[in-house]
Design a protein around this ligand. Structure first.
Ligand code: HEC
Length: 143
């Protein structure tokens, strides 16, 4: 019995090590990251660089101020600065990846009558654009 508990004690650090490694793996796999104790949204399957190009292709800068996008300083719609830190989309639904995907593809589904047009964006394009928007944070002076 005594011998057994010694073995258990020796195995404990090993167990902790394995658990820590698993957590790191989860981070690498794109689990929502924690910043200042608040979980930040993350767009699975989205390519932020491609998203930045698509934002220009779809003409979002005609209505929005979007940090990091050339000429995107319009104020028809709200500025998308610090987007990853925003709690709501259009003040209507929580800023989650799924809600953002729906908003970008069919804003009228979330807020009937909104001035944001339905632009026929494909799901993959919405993922890419969403991934870019989720790179935008308030304290990033370069954006
Ligand atoms: C014709 C102008 C117009 C265009 C083009 C447009 N938007 Fe919007 N957008 C708006 C308006 C107006 C709102 C505010 C909607 C509301 O609150 O009902 C909005 C809201 C948003 C929001 C939510 C903002 C917030 O503060 O909650 C996001 C995100 C967004 N737009 C992204 C985009 C992206 C990305 C594109 C390009 C694919 C785009 N918009 C194109 C007018 C536009």
């Amino acid at each position: 019995m005594r011998k057994l508990s010694w073995i258990a004690l020796c195995l404990l650090p090993l167990l902790l090590l394995v658990l820590t490694a698993c957590e790191e793996e989860a981070d690498a796999a794109g689990e929502p990251s924690m910043s200042g104790g608040v979980a930040e949204p993350f767009m699975p399957g989205g390519d932020a660089e491609r998203g930045a190009e698509l934002i220009e292709v779809y003409g979002c800068p005609a209505c929005h101020t979007i940090p990091g996008i050339r000429g995107a300083d319009a104020l028809v719609g709200p500025p998308l600065t610090g987007w990853v830190e925003r709690a709501y989309i259009a003040g209507a639904v929580p800023n989650t990846p799924d809600n953002l995907l729906l908003w970008l593809q069919e804003p009228q589904q979330i807020e009937p009558g909104t001035a944001m047009p339905d632009m026929g964006i494909t799901e993959q394009a919405a993922r890419d654009i969403g991934a870019y928007l989720y790179t935008l944070r308030r304290d990033d002076g370069s954006r």
